[in-house]
Design a protein around this ligand. Structure first.
Ligand SMILES: Cc1cc2nc3c(=O)[nH]c(=O)nc-3n(C[C@H](O)[C@H](O)[C@H](O)COP(=O)(O)OP(=O)(O)OC[C@H]3O[C@@H](n4cnc5c(N)ncnc54)[C@H](O)[C@@H]3O)c2cc1C
Length: 390
């Protein structure tokens, strides 16, 4: 590890590895620092991703794919099931392999990757960020860079250290818990979503198949409710009622910020990307695809700024502008729709499911689901039309 780089990226998740790769492809000297001993572990994710989102940045590799998904089943509080069929909709990934390969692709593009490298502070010079302090294999090092990219996930501190407002309200923070379990009898190409105040208040439960009777089973509860009953207690109940034969292979807990993107994701010499910038989809909590999309923009703009010799907040704001155009504006709409959906009672959800269940399968689309659920909120119906119809 040298003492100086053009760009230092903190965190080798999908956002960090992608930002590092595109910065290197743009000609920058890049260092990627990951605190864990191995990229990709532990996996704190249900591993679902849409085909379109993945392909917008990468060509899928067979070794990443645990299951191919062509339908989603929504389960209402009273058990009514509504199926949405979407051939080739997406995948359940092996994120261990996926994240590892993304870091390797960054290395192939010229990025220096270091694991067991815990960034614990920033370097400052003339009132602006000038690098990081990192503890690497027992050695405390100061490493300088023109740009520091914070890709350090939901518990990000880079943004806070740099003076950006990274606060998430409890309301927007989904507290998630998940097991990967075997002996789960579900269809191998269907992702299941369960709703209701008894299942996961202010969120939902999911069952994502990974092949051979293995599935990720988890749930997210809005921070508004997580103080009353712990998410793990909801999950235990869910497993006992629906998958009593399941045998638990792993379990994880983690948060997802289901909020619009932070107001400021750049400062002088600093950029935030992925969960650190609150770029996950506020309705689904899915953040892999958006981490890839934002990472690509972020890395490219970082390299361009280095080439221009201008890493000021004003120059880096091009990244924020391009992100907003690509996804951020849609996320603001998703956020407003989420607020409408979360206001629905269990009775509203059951009624919606009953109406949809009467339709011929080919007429059940995601737009139809939201239109039916939110029929009393014309303002939100407009948002639904804009998001899903364009
Ligand atoms: C239970 C659960 C289920 C989920 N399911 C899905 C799903 O099915 N589909 C989906 O799209 N999204 C899902 N998500 C969200 C998804 O996991 C995240 O949005 C995604 O991983 C964001 O990528 P990232 O690169 O921004 O952050 P991360 O993947 O969190 O990567 C951040 C990296 O930074 C490292 N790091 C942190 N601090 C430091 C430091 N100080 N120094 C060095 N390294 C550091 C971490 O070790 C980590 O490797 C889920 C989340 C949870 C919690």
């Amino acid at each position: 590890m040298d003492d100086r780089y053009d760009v230092i990226v903190v965190g080798a998740g999908p956002a960090g590895s992608t930002a590092a790769r595109f910065a290197a492809l743009g000609g920058a000297r890049v260092l990627l620092l990951e605190k864990d001993r191995e990229v990709g572990i532990p996996v704190r994710c249900a591993e679902g991703i849409g085909d379109e989102g993945l392909r917008s940045v990468l060509e899928p590799r067979e070794r990443w794919i645990a299951a191919r998904i062509d339908a989603a089943e929504l389960v209402a509080p009273d058990g009514t099931r509504v199926r949405l069929s979407y051939p080739s909709a997406g995948y359940v990934l092996h994120r261990k392999i996926f994240d590892y390969d993304l870091a390797q692709m960054a290395a192939e593009a010229g990025v220096e990757v270091r694991t067991k490298a815990y960034v614990h502070g920033l370097l400052w010079e003339d009132g602006r960020v000038a690098g990081v302090r990192v503890l690497h294999l027992g050695e405390d090092r100061a490493i300088r860079a023109q740009i520091v990219i914070g890709a350090d996930g939901v518990e990000s501190r880079v943004g806070r250290w740099a003076g950006l407002n990274t606060v998430t309200s409890m309301h927007d923070m989904e507290a998630c818990v998940q097991v990967t379990a075997s002996r789960v009898e579900v269809e191998p190409n269907v992702c299941y979503f369960y709703f209701g105040k008894e299942v996961a208040p202010g969120g939902y439960a999911w069952v994502f198949p990974k092949g051979d009777g293995v599935a990720n089973i988890g749930l997210g509860v809005s921070g508004d409710y997580s103080g009353r009953k712990k998410p793990i207690a909801y999950l235990r109940q869910f497993l006992a009622e629906r998958f009593p034969k399941a045998s638990i292979l792993t379990w994880v807990a983690g948060g997802v910020p289901c909020a619009p993107t932070l107001k400021e994701i750049v400062a002088d010499g600093v950029m935030l990307v992925g969960d650190a910038a609150h770029q996950a989809n506020p309705i689904s909590g899915g953040g892999i695809a958006t981490a890839l999309i934002a990472g690509k923009i972020c890395g490219r703009v970082a390299a361009e700024a280095i080439r221009d010799g201008d890493v000021s907040k004003k120059r880096l704001a091009q990244y924020a502008k391009e992100w907003h155009k690509a996804e951020g504006k849609t996320h603001e709409r998703f956020y407003r729709i989420k607020e409408g959906v979360y206001r629905l009672s269990d009775e509203d959800l059951n009624r919606t499911a009953h109406m949809l269940a009467q339709l011929p399968p080919e007429e059940i689309t995601i737009t139809r689901v939201f239109r039916t659920a939110l029929f009393r909120e014309p303002r939100l119906l407009l948002e639904v039309a804009k998001v899903f119809v364009g």
